[in-house]
Design a protein around this ligand. Structure first.
Ligand SMILES: Nc1ncnc2c1ncn2[C@@H]1O[C@H](COP(=O)(O)OP(=O)(O)OP(=O)(O)O)[C@@H](O)[C@H]1O
Ligand SMILES: [Mg+2]
Length: 508
């Protein structure tokens, strides 16, 4: 048997930032036709590897070899030239331009004289090769996240990239879109390309990857064939200890009704949403991506205007025009898209955590830095935010740690009702357990919690009741441990309701 040589190899790569060694002496290889899962906790160094391979960061030490030849990337252009392309955690494309322009940005066919007809035809052919369902003429901003990923993949193919890196590509995708992405990955594999796949979801890691490389605190702590390991093996490797992934549901006595929503509707996204929520209660909102859960809750929080319906807090009808009104009424909303809606990357962790609750840190008419610091430390610590120090700017944190800071920011407002939209998206397995534990504690402290999540074990593990939405309407209501047939407290019944199957079919 001949030894297959790697397409790409990292040899003893190290990278430090002030106060943190992000990568220490990391080596691994990528092989043609294989998917390598890069796994590790938030802040372990995964995205730093991506940025080194794509020429965004220059390593302090070590080497990158492409097909055996040592390469020095001093810009993204160099890495691109060596056949490496990436879909980043945060997309970097041009919303106002067309799909074709985004695909060929920086390397238009025809050199200096751009041949638009040719560009468009080439873009169409590439889109067709991955069976994309949109046109090369479409403006990027009209596409879904999944479609934008397809544009990025097409962009990589337009250059015939041999190494394709995907940094948490599935975080915002629906189940169907994930299937679609995986179909394309299988195709890329069959063509002999090497793929790096980064995800915090174990089912995806096992479904997609041939190999894994595990990082912890910037060091490689394990690698091998995925078929040789189990999920608990990987968890132990990532975290350094076993993690209990079960959800001990706390037994919390429920108080009076806190929130009452009656007939909430808007023109297109949700209709006739009615629900009640009691003090100490956790209500799960389940549904497929696009079912209208976030949109309905954003209307409660004043981010958009409903066309009909009422919202009452503690029996009092609210007039909410903007989020500040909701905050004053004791409502907090932790958005799903935290980078766009909740985080201020140039500001520090402390400032981000306290910015929505500054008034609570005023002492003698002055903002108390000390009070802010202790709040930031308490909440940040509780959510296990990993950072060099509390003044570090948010932009320097890893993706998952940025998310934890935004959750902390909304908790700091000491709300009566907190709406958490996909709170563990992008968060590693160990921190997930901390977040789950914290949600239970919030309920115990007398908060009412609405939990929007697409993860069924999470929603069933934490919630007292689950409301399922389908195409903007409430499709079914479930109560922990009760009900029979189509309305039984079971994963099957909840999923069936989310797909919109009629109740007779669901019972069958
Ligand atoms: N520009 C930077 N300045 C300072 N520190 C940085 C910078 N970029 C990354 N780091 C630090 O390097 C470490 C590794 O971060 P990285 O983004 O690679 O983590 P990750 O494994 O991708 O985590 P996640 O799962 O949260 O996305 C973190 O401690 C992070 O704060
Ligand atoms: Mg990352």
């Amino acid at each position: 048997m001949t030894e297959i040589s790697p397409i790409l190899a990292l040899a003893n790569v190290s990278k430090s930032f002030p106060g943190v060694r992000a990568l220490n002496d990391v080596s691994f290889s990528l092989y043609p036709g294989e998917v390598t899962a890069l796994i590790g906790e938030n802040g372990a160094g995964k995205s730093t590897i991506v940025k080194i391979l794509t020429g965004i960061y220059i390593p302090d030490g070590g080497e990158i070899r492409v097909n055996g030849a040592t390469q020095h990337f001093s810009s993204p252009r160099d890495s691109w030239g060596a056949g490496i392309a990436a879909i980043h955690q945060e997309t970097v494309m041009f919303d106002e331009l067309s799909v074709a322009e985004n695909i060929f940005m920086g390397h238009m066919p025809g050199g200096h004289l751009i041949d638009w007809r040719d560009t468009k035809a080439k873009a169409r052919a590439l889109l067709a090769s991955i069976e994309a369902d949109f046109d090369a003429d479409a403006k990027l901003k009209t596409l879904s996240v999944a479609q934008k990923h397809m544009v990025e993949i097409t962009r990589a193919l337009s250059h015939d990239a041999n190494v394709i890196i995907m940094d948490e590509p599935t975080a915002s995708l629906s189940r169907h879109e994930i299937d679609e992405l995986f179909r394309i990955v299988a195709q890329l594999k069959a063509e002999g390309r090497a793929i790096i796949f980064i995800s915090h979801k174990f089912d995806e890691i096992f479904r997609l990857s041939d190999r894994f490389v595990c990082l912890r605190d910037g060091e490689k702590v394990g690698e091998g064939m995925t078929s040789d390991v189990s999920e608990p093996d990987l968890v132990r490797m990532m975290v350094g200890r076993p993690v209990d992934q079960v959800f001990p549901k706390r037994d919390i006595p429920l108080g009076p009704t806190v929130l009452e929503i009656d007939g909430l509707s808007n023109a297109t996204e949700f209709a006739d949403v009615s629900l009640k929520l009691r003090k100490g209660e956790i209500l799960g909102l389940y549904g497929l991506v696009g079912a209208g859960r976030s949109e309905a809750m954003q209307a409660v929080f004043g981010m958009s205007k409903p066309t009909a319906g009422r919202v009452k807090m503690n029996g009092q009808e609210l007039t909410i025009h903007e989020p500040i009104d909701a905050i004053h009424a004791g409502i907090s909303y932790v958005p799903e898209d935290r980078q766009e809606q909740g985080a201020f990357l140039p500001l520090g962790i402390r400032e981000n955590i306290t910015m929505a609750s500054l008034s609570t840190h005023v002492r003698n008419f002055l903002l108390s830095r000390r009070s802010e610091q202790s709040a930031a430390r308490a909440l940040g610590g509780r959510l296990s935010v990993k950072a060099a120090h509390w003044e570090q700017s948010l932009g320097e944190l890893s993706g998952g740690n940025q998310q934890k800071v935004v959750i902390a920011k909304w908790l700091a407002t000491k709300p009566k009702l907190i709406i958490l939209d996909e709170p563990t998206k992008g968060i590693d397995v160990g921190s997930k357990a901390a977040v789950h534990d914290f949600i239970g504690e919030l309920a115990e402290d007398g908060l009412a919690v609405i939990l929007i999540s697409s993860e069924l074990p999470e929603i069933m593990g934490l919630s007292d009741r689950v409301i399922v939405m389908h195409e903007g309407r409430i499709a079914a209501r479930f109560e922990r441990g009760v009900g029979t047939g189509a309305l039984a407290w079971s994963a099957e019944a909840i999923v069936a309701a989310a797909t919109g199957a009629p109740i007779e079919e669901r019972a069958a």
